[in-house]
Design a binder for this molecule. Structure first.
Ligand code: ZN
Ligand code: ZN
Length: 420
């Protein structure tokens, strides 16, 4: 009899150790961390086998840190300054969010496009939004403008606009003179601007003169439904200052780059790269028209409409397609991946998603504790009401013992799964 009571007591103790985490949160997050053992420009090689892999189970808010090739979880408020957090996980009620690291660009969090899959396991792609920052290998593209099917244009000009100073009057009655056409008149339509660091009589240039000069430095190429504009050497020839793309004048934004916008849905991508040869900035603007038939190819190869000459970019790296009124990017199993920078918290769902932080890939999936239980229905009922659940456990020894053993069995099953 004593032995029997002892058994009940022991079982109840076991229950109290498992119960609190059930009533606290009915879901948890399974996180798989894969780190490339090589450190190369913050890239992750999706084809390598030289990896460190570890699985973690997350049951509350925490920070995810990397020490050499090891990923460690820091729970609660125990902040260790020696660890630089790759990302954070925030628990809110029954939901978990990826809280992207904003403090260092080295640890920017990027959504991995190929991890977004539909129920059949097929890549569904990522729907592009204005303001998105894409990364193909180590080459970045900004989505600066989208015209949707209704004809509405959404753009993120303020992000990329470097506002040139309007020319102040010269002292001592000296007339301003345009450094390109050498004329002294200016009009409200064609004002003098000072777009760079040159000063004195060299400071001034007509807006239109600068625009024509830039046009002569750029070239336009049309291929399929993509129009590419590229400018080489965007710096002022005298002071080497990078020239702006847009000028704000009397509340109006004037484009220095001449773009022909079609009367149909389109998306505009921009990229600024520093050429490895001469260290000069090159700007590319790519306008893709939304037509359902064609998809635009991005990559290093000749067949691509958007060609990227960088060794970290695969020959056929990604596609952009126009689907149900949206522009969607799909990764083509590229070596270094197609990524979208996360700037706001991202909800972790029952469908797997993955982010890349430098040379580490973190895969997240939310799981329910109730699915650990053999009797899902009873488990859910208990979980929906913590109080009720506890009463149920306490009143019937039989029910309690079943519950405990089934949780333990499932945890064992789960642990086994984790080890694989
Ligand atoms: Zn001029
Ligand atoms: Zn200058």
């Amino acid at each position: 009899m004593n032995n029997y009571i002892y058994q009940i007591k022991k079982q109840k103790e076991q229950m109290t150790t498992t119960l609190p985490f059930i009533s606290k949160n009915k879901n948890y997050v399974e996180m798989k961390a894969v780190t490339w053992q090589k450190d190369s420009h913050g890239l992750f090689d999706y084809e390598t086998k030289s990896l460190s892999v570890k699985k973690h189970r997350v049951e509350g808010s925490c920070k995810v840190c990397r020490e050499d090739n090891e990923i460690v979880i820091q729970e609660g408020k125990n902040k260790d300054e020696a660890h630089m957090a790759l990302t954070s996980i925030q628990a809110q009620g029954d939901q978990y969010f990826i809280q992207p690291n904003q403090s260092s660009t080295e640890n920017d969090n990027y959504l991995i496009v190929r991890s977004l899959k539909n129920a059949d396991g097929v890549q569904k792609g990522y729907t592009l939004q204005e303001g998105d920052l894409l990364k193909l290998g180590r080459v970045e593209y900004h989505v600066i403008e989208i015209r949707d099917a209704k004809g509405q244009i959404r753009s993120v000009k303020d992000v990329f606009q470097s506002e040139a100073k309007l020319a102040p009057p010269l002292e001592g009655g000296v007339a301003k003179q345009c450094k390109i056409c050498l004329l002294e008149e200016e009009t409200p339509e064609d004002p003098f601007i000072t777009p760079c660091k040159c000063n004195g009589s060299c400071a001034y240039v007509h807006f239109n003169c600068l625009k024509h000069w830039l046009d002569s430095r750029g070239y336009k190429k049309e291929s399929g439904n993509t129009i590419s504009y590229r400018w080489k050497k965007l710096e002022c020839e005298v002071c080497q200052e990078l020239l702006p793309q847009q000028i704000r004048f009397k509340g109006k934004v004037l484009d220095l780059a001449s773009l022909e916008r079609p009367n149909q849905p389109y998306i505009i991508l921009e990229n600024t790269q520093i050429s490895e040869k001469d260290k000069k900035a090159q700007r590319g603007i790519y306008l893709i028209k939304g037509t359902a038939e064609d998809q635009v190819k991005l990559g290093r190869g000749h067949q691509c409409e958007i060609r990227i000459s960088d060794i970290s970019v695969s020959r056929l790296h990604a596609f952009i397609k126009y689907e149900k009124g949206n522009f969607v990017i799909v990764d083509n199993n590229s070596k270094f991946g197609t990524l979208v920078r996360l700037s706001t918290p991202y909800l972790i769902c029952m469908d797997k998603i993955a982010i890349q932080v430098g040379r580490t890939v973190l895969t997240f999936v939310m799981k329910s504790f109730s699915s650990l239980n053999g009797n899902t229905h009873a488990g859910l009922a208990a979980l929906h009401n913590g109080e009720q659940g506890r009463i149920m456990f306490q009143t019937g020894f039989q029910a309690g013992s079943n519950k405990t053993s089934s949780i333990n069995n499932n945890q064992k099953k789960h642990d086994k799964h984790t080890g694989q």
